[in-house]
Design a protein around this ligand. Sequence first.
Ligand code: SAM
Length: 198
Amino acid sequence: MKEYAPACDRNQQVILDVLEQILTRSSFVLEIGSGTGQHAVYFADALGHLNWQPTNKEPLDSIHAWRDEANLENLLAPASLDLLDLHNSTVDTTKVDAIVCINTIHIMAWQGTENLFSLATNVLPVGGLIYVYGPYRYSDRPLEPSNENFDLWLKERDPVSGIRHFDEVNKLAQRGGLELEGDMAMPANNRSIWWRKS
Ligand SMILES: C[S@@+](CC[C@H](N)C(=O)[O-])C[C@H]1O[C@@H](n2cnc3c(N)ncnc32)[C@H](O)[C@@H]1O
């Protein structure tokens, strides 16, 4: 059944505006934490030069439903990918040259972020790109009040989740040979951050 996330309506165009600029040289996107599947449909439709592979941890029903309705040639069937259990993922990563992960790394334990960047290090070719979107902490400023509240809410739900620190995420990226290429302010105190494999 098609699920609907109102946040996707609010952020999909501003995210697309960034992806359009940074995915010009990409051909195969692995989306991690695809959620309802709305973003996958919106981005695959707008970025026709890309093959778009949505993934999520099970269940994948909503992504299937959005994909079936959209009927886009470049939108692949969703595959199971759990960032905390990568060994059991069924997704074929051989053609992946870009990874997109939106509003997902703060939802799970830190190990999920470590695994995301190991995956990026292992599957991306030189010149390949990883893009993340969401709220982040920074050393030079306090977390915005709206994100403080969000962080408290996340931790009440699951104490091992929470808004991540940019420096720690960047350290993982650097360790894997991924160079920071952009870090852009987005609406509602979110960030678009991307790294390229050097
Ligand atoms: C806040 S939602 C964001 C979904 C979508 N990217 C969006 O922006 O609408 C977080 C997503 O992460 C997924 N998720 C949670 N734990 C995960 C894990 N261990 N591995 C992969 N995805 C996970 C959830 O199922 C959900 O789809």
